[in-house]
Design a protein around this ligand. Structure first.
Ligand SMILES: N[C@@H](CCC(=O)N[C@@H](CS)C(=O)NCC(=O)O)C(=O)O
Length: 292
């Protein structure tokens, strides 16, 4: 069916398979579909996630904190396979009623604290460790502003542009035009900011950069949504390119991007992370011969 033939009924009902890539996991209702507890490891933080851009925000910050010497930031990262519906288990829904990765259980205090939404996880950890967030009022406000900007703009890039340009079973020019324009506008916003400051919040790398980098970086490098980098002429955003290259080079970022990854080169996939040594010993290239 093309968009020209579709006349919305008076009341929408969920009675059709739309054939889209996510048809099997998308539902119009919240809540668990099955009973299953989440595993719990030995570290103070339990992360339930997947290495999508939103998931990588949390793992990059954990690796940054550990790299900066915050030993209390040790974490177990468990893989949530969203294609198989793991986000709808009773255990996961108890931590994130919105059934989306990433979800965090902070067990470092007297009682466990659940945190969901990647931006809330970044803020929770940055405040807890007093790191990657400016302390003075002006810098902190700038950091939170860019963090919220990113959280608000991701659905336009992913659910909007990425969905209609790459995943939708047929191409709708109106939708692609609308979200391509918005995605380019967002790149332009970042590019102008990064033309006047080294990082989004100013001189220092912060959680605002981590949040924005995973999205803008993937798109800029041509690693998201097929030929999107070419389609959107992302090479035009030179300041974004300079900033992406600088963050790409950070060791903690390289490690964080590998955690909970279930696709791509085997030596870049650390599906579960329970110890710093896992990066050397438990990437999929090392496990797969034994597993097969
Ligand atoms: N606003 C949320 C978005 C999280 C999100 O969209 N997660 C996706 C993967 S990137 C997910 O879990 N999708 C599973 C589903 O929609 O069922 C955040 O930033 O944490």
């Amino acid at each position: 069916m093309s968009e020209a033939e579709y006349v919305p009924p008076a009341v929408w009902t969920w009675d059709k398979a739309n054939g889209g890539q996510f048809a099997s996991i998308n539902r119009p209702i919240a809540g668990p579909t099955h009973d299953k507890e989440l595993p719990v490891g030995k570290h103070p933080f339990q992360l339930y996630s997947l290495a999508t851009p939103n998931g990588q925000k949390a793992t990059i910050l954990f690796e940054e904190l550990l790299g900066a010497g915050h030993a209390g930031a040790e974490y177990d990262a468990w893989l949530i396979n969203i294609g198989q519906g793991d986000q709808f288990s009773s255990g996961f829904v108890a931590i994130n009623p919105n059934s989306k990765i990433p979800a965090l259980l902070d067990r470092s205090g007297p009682e466990p604290i659940r945190v969901f939404e990647s931006g809330a996880i970044l803020l929770h950890l940055a405040e807890k460790f007093g790191a990657f967030i400016p302390t003075e009022a002006k810098g902190r406000a700038e950091c939170l502003s860019w963090l919220m900007w990113q959280m608000g703009s991701a659905p336009f890039m992913g659910g909007g542009f990425g969905h209609f340009y790459h995943y939708a079973p047929f191409k709708i020019e109106y939708a692609i035009d609308r979200y391509a324009m918005e995605t380019k506008r967002l790149f332009s916003v970042a590019d102008r900011r990064l033309g006047e400051a080294r990082f989004l919040a100013g001189d220092d790398y912060s959680i605002a950069d981590i949040a924005a980098y995973v999205w803008l970086g993937n798109l800029y490098r041509g690693e998201a949504y097929g030929d999107a980098a070419t389609f959107l002429s992302l090479h035009e955003y030179a300041n974004v390119g300079r900033w992406v290259a600088e963050i790409d080079a950070r060791k903690a970022v390289q490690r964080g991007r590998m955690v909970n990854r279930g696709q791509g080169p085997l030596d870049q996939q650390l599906r579960e992370r329970h110890d710093a040594s896992d990066f050397d010993l438990r990437t999929q290239d090392k496990l797969e011969p034994a597993e097969s």
